[in-house]
Design a protein around this ligand. Structure first.
Ligand code: XMP
Length: 509
């Protein structure tokens, strides 16, 4: 295992991704993790990440300098390198010239971490401080025109520092450098696969749960589905899934999922039909955050009432993913959590005195998909686009009525059908429609219409933190528009959303 100490760089998750792509497990921990806890993890190597601070600023993040004495190889990246050099007795100062973007790297020493590298290459820089003198034992390995010490090492102690970012795509030799560190220097083995992960997770769940019962809120999304299957493999019928039909799902979705989960996957499911409750509670509500609050509250009520019927329930399973954990542990916080309240069944475990089972909490989304495939989950589930918990409620802009939901469902079905047909479904992070609260004038069969507008939204993204609008072919957009206006009564105009996130968001509410 490789441990990454999180000094707050926006690229930290990328470091973990790169290393996991080598089939080596990698975990990100906060800088205040005690040295004893780090030792308990017994990492083969430690990476000190970059970060936005300056090492000589008051309150700049730091980690116990004993990590340099643990006998484990350490790679400092950007701020991490400066931290290491400072801690080892070298000097760091504001650079004469800040360096952002591409820089030409001249490699002086093509040994260990730079093995098999060309003498000159491009690297990605982003720093305002530079190292001005090296501690004893360290030597320079590479430089750029602006930065004398672009890479340094103390090979005897296996300490390495890079001023540039090897984890970003803009550093073409970056993967090779990380590969050299992980395998040659740290001596890791590439044995972390999804099959191995599943075996271990199943054993851990069995041990933790014993003979007790586990409850899980199944939404039909890939995270909760994979969580359910994994736990089902571990403890079978001791797992009860609760599926709440909130009346805010896509056409036929509840029926289809019910069939798939209970008949095909043999899960033990309680199906709660609560559409009326949700719609009544949402009547007259048009503010997006208020909608989320109402839906969250009703969900909790319905879920809790059902959960209380399950005997011996001691655990609540959740499909929490690694980015959520990193975001909540990061000293610098993530921006998205405060913009919209993406809640789950957060308050329930405390209220019902349930313990949490979160077997996916160290995985990224695409790893969850790989795990789903390793567990033989059907592609239909593994490759589903994410669907927000509040469902169509946040896609009917303004007030929600049964009629408006029904219009949006018909539009949505056409979009998904056409997107699939054109081979775009898996390429897109999400593709959906939004029903706008304004009407526009049209003409149909010589008659004036005054009807609804829908906006199509299709985005590409890796993690929903950032997203770009998809450059869908005009023919496909044209086909969707034609079909929607012809087939869905009440819609006479279709527009395409060409905003990226940031500054927009993926959903409109
Ligand atoms: P935004 O709109 O914030 O969405 O760019 C990012 C991702 O989160 C989904 N989303 C939600 N998911 N509850 C959820 O479970 C919510 O309230 C919620 N709001 C947005 C959205 O579909 C996208 O994938």
């Amino acid at each position: 295992m490789i441990v990454v100490i999180d000094f707050g760089s926006q690229y930290n998750q990328l470091i973990a991704r790169r290393i996991r792509d080598f089939n080596v497990y990698c975990q990100i921990v906060p800088p205040d993790t005690p040295i004893a806890a780090l030792r308990d993890l017994s990492p083969e190597g430690i990476i000190l990440s970059g970060g936005p601070a300056s090492i000589y600023e008051k309150n700049s993040p730091s980690t116990p300098s004993e990590i340099l004495e643990m006998g484990v190889p350490v790679l400092g990246i950007c701020y991490g390198m400066q931290f290491m050099i400072h801690a080892a007795g070298g000097a760091v100062q504001p650079a004469e010239k800040r360096e952002y973007g591409f820089a030409e790297l001249t490699v002086e020493n093509t040994d260990d971490i730079f093995a098999n590298m060309p003498r000159t290459t491009i690297c990605w820089m982003s720093h305002g401080d530079s190292i001005t003198s090296l501690p004893p034992g360290f030597e320079s390995m590479a430089s750029t025109p602006n930065t004398r010490f672009a890479a340094v090492s103390d090979a005897a102690r296996r300490l390495y520092g890079l001023q540039f970012h090897p984890e970003v795509e803009h550093t073409p030799e970056g993967t090779r450098i990380l590969h050299n560190f992980v395998f040659t220097i740290c001596g890791c083995r590439a044995d972390w696969t999804m099959n191995a992960f599943a075996r271990e997770a199943i054993a851990e769940i069995r041990e933790a749960v014993g003979g007790k019962s586990v409850i899980l809120g199944l939404s039909g999304g890939v995270d909760s589905s994979v969580t359910a299957i994994l736990i089902h493999r571990a403890i079978g019928k001791q797992l009860t899934c609760i599926f709440v039909d909130n009346g805010l799902m896509r056409t036929d979705e509840p029926k289809r999922l019910k069939k798939l989960f209970s008949e095909h996957l043999k899960l033990n499911i309680r199906y709660v039909s609560a559409a009326r409750k949700f719609l009544d509670a949402l009547a007259g509500v048009s503010d997006p955050e208020k909608k989320r609050k109402v839906i969250g509250r009703v969900f909790m009520e319905v879920f809790e009432a059902e959960a209380r019927k399950i005997k011996d329930a001691e655990f609540l399973a959740q499909g929490t993913l690694y980015p959520d954990i990193i975001e909540s542990q990061s000293a610098f916080g993530g921006p998205t959590s405060i913009i919209k309240s993406h809640h789950n069944v957060g308050g329930l475990p405390k209220k019902m005195k349930l313990k949490l089972v979160e077997p996916l909490k160290y995985l990224f989304k695409d790893e969850v998909r790989k795990l789903g495939t390793a567990l033989d989950l059907p592609d239909e589930l593994v490759w589903r686009q994410p669907f927000p918990g509040p469902g169509l409620a946040i896609r009917v802009i303004g007030e929600i009525t049964g009629k408006r939901l029904s219009i949006l469902r018909k539009v949505d079905a056409i979009i998904i059908e056409e997107i699939r047909e054109a081979g775009y479904y898996r390429k897109l992070w999400q593709s959906f429609a939004v029903l706008l609260p304004i009407r526009s004038v049209g003409v149909m069969g010589d008659k004036r219409t005054y009807d609804n507008i829908v906006a199509l939204r299709a985005v590409t993204s890796n993690d929903a933190m950032t997203a770009d609008w998809a450059r869908l072919p005009h023919d496909l957009l044209g086909r969707m528009s034609n079909r929607i206006i012809n087939e869905v009564k009440g819609v006479n105009r279709v527009v395409y959303d060409i905003s990226s996130k940031p500054p927009s968001t993926i959903e409109w509410e």
